[in-house]
Design a protein around this ligand. Structure first.
Ligand code: GDP
Ligand code: IMO
Ligand code: MG
Length: 427
């Protein structure tokens, strides 16, 4: 079973970091294929807690090679500081590999992200302000800067000039900001070249060779299905493809090589930033989920919006990703409710709808139709087997599985590596 994709089935923060880290001990490579340091993946190992933004969560497993694929956008300053932070804590980062084709986030991308958001005013997306959208926009506009450009000063200068020509006009004339000097940017970027050179290689060749040799490769998504620029709640999305197809383009492997696609699914729902969210709670239950679940953003520190589980979204994630398994996380957070509402369908202008509406206005009007499932009060954080769970918790998982269209193969009952019930092996 050599190639697996692990991705978020909702709006991000489902617990991908924990799930990737859990598998990291049994896989040869963990590859990030899209996004950048907008991601915040928490990994808890014993009494140590790590917050990873750009580095694949496999970096914490000694036998595993972490890879940053071509589809990722890399802020070199963030990358180097994340690496040194881990090294100070005794983590070996020397195996890291970075695609020379990955695009660089430069200071002007971060500036553009922030001014664009400010300009949008109340229509803003609520981005993480990390320059993600503008960097992907430059990539698509063919004025991006790639990691390999760091190693050729003449090409780098020409490319920065081409990118800034237009951007400086926009910054000065539209946003009333100071123009950015080409030399300043080139100098800063060249300053990263020596530190990064040793990590850069042809990751596509490497990964395909590894798969030919039956090595196990895990592709780790950032964000989640509903934040996908094609399949998410556009325009309230990120600017890349966290869905399964993104693993192929973002790492340079063909779809025929992918054996398994694991959707990480929270036992309730959260979202950070603006955009529609049918099961969002504005009452005490929402506050309780936020507090018990520790639902505060790892990257921006913003409170996460919280709501009940939405089976329409889970089914949609199964469909657009071809999910083979779910990893259901944070079941422990639901302990203590007498009964737990689960959204089984939407009511839209008097119609009952069971599939995610493709029409944005319909989705904005969607009212959740809830089914009540009986809750449990026993502490489940020590459960090791499915049968250790109280009957009502078992029934909750089975109901979600039935509604969501793929088997629940693992269940998270706490943030730690060992706080996991493995039902079916992923490998
Ligand atoms: P990611 O972005 O998908 O990697 O998720 P985040 O790290 O942003 O958010 C998930 C949070 O839930 C982190 O604080 C994890 O430590 C925590 N977590 C993951 N799985 C579980 C679980 O099963 N139970 C509990 N209580 N916490 C979990
Ligand atoms: P992980 O990997 C949750 C959201 C932002 C904003 C939108 C666009 O930890 O699950 P961007 O900066 O990407 O242009 O912002 O996407 N967003 C996330 N929400 N988890 C994430 O990552 C996210 N990365 C981006 O809040 O609404
Ligand atoms: Mg996160």
């Amino acid at each position: 079973m050599p190639a697996l994709v692990l991705l978020g089935a909702q709006w991000g923060d489902e617990g991908k970091g924990k799930a990737t880290d859990l598998l990291g001990g049994s896989v040869d490579y963990v590859v990030r294929y899209q996004g950048g340091n907008n991601a915040g993946h928490t990994v808890v190992v014993g009494d140590q807690k790590y917050a990873l933004h750009l580095l694949p969560s496999g970096i914490l497993s000694p036998g595993c090679v972490p890879v940053i694929g071509n589809g990722v956008v890399v802020d070199p300053a963030v990358l180097l500081s994340e690496l040194s932070g881990l090294e100070e804590r005794g983590v070996d980062t020397s195996k890291l590999l970075i695609s020379g084709n990955a695009h660089l986030i430069t200071p002007y991308h971060t500036t553009m992200d922030k001014v664009t958001e400010r300009f949008l005013g109340k229509r803003r997306i609520g981005t993480t302000g990390r320059g993600i959208g503008p960097t992907y926009a430059d990539k698509i506009n063919r004025v991006g800067i790639r990691v390999q450009d760091l190693f050729d000063e003449s090409i780098l200068t020409q490319k920065v000039e081409a990118a800034l020509d237009q951007k400086n006009q926009i910054l000065a004339k539209l946003y009333n900001r100071r123009a950015i000097a080409v030399e300043e940017v080139v100098e800063e970027l060249l300053g990263y070249a020596d530190a990064l050179r040793g990590y850069v290689c042809d990751t596509t060749l490497l990964l395909n060779d590894a798969l030919d040799q039956d090595k196990v490769v895990l592709f780790e998504g950032g964000q989640g299905t509903l934040l996908d620029v094609d399949h998410g709640t556009y325009p309230f999305v990120t600017s890349s493809n966290p869905t399964a197809g993104g693993a192929c383009t973002g790492a340079g492997v063909g779809p025929t090589r992918i054996d398994r696609v694991i959707g990480i699914l929270k036992a309730y729902t959260t979202r950070v930033g603006a955009g529609p969210f049918p099961t969002e709670l504005f009452d005490e239950d929402g506050e309780k989920l936020r507090t018990i679940g520790g639902e505060r953003g790892v990257t921006t520190g913003r409170d996460r919006r919280c709501g009940w589980f939405d089976a329409v979204i889970a089914r949609y994630a199964t469909r657009v990703n071809g999910l083979t398994d779910f990893f259901l996380t944070k079941l422990d957070v639901l302990t203590g409710w007498e009964s737990i509402p689960v959204c089984v369908a939407y009511e839209i202008d008097g119609r009952r709808v069971t599939e995610l509406p493709y029409n944005q206005t319909d989705f904005h009007h969607a009212e959740p139709v809830y089914e009540m499932l009986p809750g449990w009060s026993e502490d489940i954080s020590g459960a090791k087997e499915f049968s250790d769970l109280p009957k009502n918790a078992q029934a909750y998982v089975k109901a979600l599985e039935e509604m969501s269209g793929a088997p629940v193969s693992a269940i998270g009952v706490g943030p730690g590596r060992d706080e996991t019930i493995q039902i079916n092996s992923f490998l």
